[in-house]
Design a protein around this ligand. Sequence first.
Ligand SMILES: [Zn+2]
Length: 477
Amino acid sequence: MPQPAVAPALDHLDQHIEGFKATLRDLVRIPSVSAEGFPPEEVRRSAEAVAAALRRAGLQNVRLLEMPGQHPYVYGDWLHADAPTVLVYGHHDVQPPGRPEKWVSPAFEATERGGRLYGRGTADDKGSVMAHVAAVAAYLATSGRLPLNVKFLVEGEEEIGSEGLEPFLQKYRSLLSADAVVLSDTGNLDTGHPALTYLLRGICQVDVEVHCLKQPVHSGMWGGPVPDALRILTEMIAGLEGPDGRLEVPGLYRSVAKTGSKQLGRMRALPFDETAFRQAAAMKPGTELVGEMGRSVYERLWTRPSLTVIALEAQEIKGSSNQILESARARLSMRTVPDMDEKEAGRLLVKKLTSKVRAGARVTASVTGNSPWWTTDPEGPAFEAACRALELGFDRQPALIGAGGSIGFVQPFAEALGGAPCLLMGAEDPAAAIHSENESLHLGDWRKYMRAAVHLYDELSRAPIRRPVRRTAVTPP
Ligand SMILES: [Zn+2]
């Protein structure tokens, strides 16, 4: 049974939803793109606006936490309960807006249409952060206290890979210590169908260049005997997948963990609607699903490696002429899974690309980025509490899911906080189009997620998750 403070907090959410929405609109109006080439002042302005929202909700000790050369983090807490402490993580930076002409309404002007709020960052991740801020505000405005202790950490460079997170966590480890971490930045299985994410794929990125000539030459005068770098590169890429959909990289599958029966059971228990999946994946009619045959779509998405060509460079069609190009480049992005080592996977891919090269072309390939996979056993009191909270908020039992994407901060968090359970949840649904144009937040699910957050604090406050305070041993000199 929820504690008496829950009902008034839920009422407060309903009565003030427009106010929370206005705050979200204000946050979306700030183009807090963390990527290089965009003004860093906007990310700072966004951090200050988030800090102001935390203060208005009643959080204390609100401040920006800074590291040299990094976008600011926002911290705030409320620590007056004799109960567990939960760290709520989210991020206030956003992806670049993409092509302005593809947006139905401007990217940084949150616009409501058909029960959704459109705009960059509405779903990823300003909406998910605001849901927790609203939950805190609702408790503090009605009962004057929270059922448990909370710490908020809202990052400013998640969208560029959280690369500075490890030194940051080292520096602020004790400030951030908690009994459980709520990472509010993942998606739900479907609109209205909440989810807890317990598995994330990793990533490794490889850049490859094929170089054949000193300069471009006339394709009529020289075409035939003279090698074409772009064709060699595209053949190499085509050769990376076999007819069965497995990647043709020697040694790659050696460390891919066999999917356990418990996990297979969890995946089989999930509903799968191919039509809805195709739609959410923006597939054109007639386009077929690909990948490893004989594996379910969830397995292909979550527990098997996959490869995408994310960039190809040679010559633009506009301005092209009858030339054999001297060189061509591609950026390959491979998703890794338990128990692969993403660095080793990158090395194997580089080895495959640089051995047995056609026509003696000069091929250079190197690993240009990586991030580890993460997984946890979604069992124990914290997960049970989170499941109950999501069910109460959405009026539907949550799904336990994997996510095909990689989130760089989860592994460092899990490590820095010494094995505190990590609860990955959020307000995004498959139609949210995060990172794409016309990103949006389903407002009905946003409200449900806020309600779930209110229940989550209540449920976690009563869960046996308090961990002994870690004391540093003092050795006498
Ligand atoms: Zn995000």
